[in-house]
Ligand binder design. Structure first.
Ligand SMILES: [Zn+2]
Length: 246
């Protein structure tokens, strides 16, 4: 046990640190990602009104949801859910932009945790054994510094108490940005065969939750599923941060 004088010193410096942090927060308050309002101490990343008004899909309560129908017939899936509806100019566009381009990995993790608490209420997602985020090619990972899907996956994993595996699915080909391709089929041809599985034995017989940022055409997810479904006994479900409305 520390002597009393030493404990007093620790308490003193703790209170100095606390006062200093409060002063910094007053001078440079963290702002809401969506509306730029200064956050109060209990808020994280989003203010309470913006958090409350997020356009959630509720897909995890509906096995025949819009995204599932979009991919039906292309990928045999156990379940598919997206947290938010993405539309141009919306709060979700600001969130996704922050996550992808402005070092918003803590925001991705936070949203993953919130969504994981929701997914835990649905039996289809409670039965997942492992979480696998869609990987970036190592060149893009170096450029961006982090994989946004991996951070979302970590938040999900914490809420669902499921392990996140990041070294099994590997992106072996560096593709150009998909935004320049137009049709679903162009994109799919661009994506096919670019993912491989390392250590497939680890995934045998598992129910895998594959995690991506934004579901648009589904081409990336489809390309990921091809090698995963070649592993014996694998069942697949998908969770994404957002889904574009068509
Ligand atoms: Zn706000």
């Amino acid at each position: 046990m520390r002597p009393v004088s030493s404990q007093r010193k620790i308490k003193f410096w703790d209170s100095v640190r606390g006062a200093f942090n409060d002063a910094i927060a007053l001078l440079f308050p963290e702002l809401c990602v969506c509306c730029d309002r200064a956050l109060v101490s209990q808020e994280k990343h989003l203010c309470t009104p913006c958090l409350y008004h997020l356009p959630v899909t509720g897909f995890h309560h509906d096995a025949d949801n819009l995204a599932m129908r979009q991919l039906a017939g292309r990928i045999p899936l156990n379940a598919l859910a997206s947290y938010l509806y993405f539309s141009a100019g919306s709060s979700v566009q600001r969130i996704v932009h922050r996550i992808k381009y402005q070092k918003g990995f803590a925001l991705a993790d936070y949203l993953g945790f919130l969504y994981g608490l929701e997914l835990g209420k649905a039996a289809a997602f409670r039965s997942c054994d492992l979480i696998v985020p869609v990987p970036l090619h190592k060149k893009r990972l170096r450029w961006r510094g982090y994989n946004q899907s991996e951070w979302f996956a970590r938040g999900l994993g914490r809420a669902l108490s499921v392990e996140v595996i990041t070294d099994s699915l590997v992106r072996t080909v560096h593709t150009r940005s998909q935004t320049k391709s137009n049709t679903r089929w162009e994109r799919f041809e661009n994506m096919e065969g670019i993912f491989q599985v390392a250590h497939p034995a680890r995934l045998e017989g598992k129910h895998i939750l594959l995690v991506d940022d934004v579901l648009t055409t589904g081409a990336t997810l489809e390309a990921c599923c091809i090698p995963l479904l070649q592993i014996s006994g694998v069942r697949l479900s998908i969770a994404t941060i957002a889904v574009t409305k068509h």
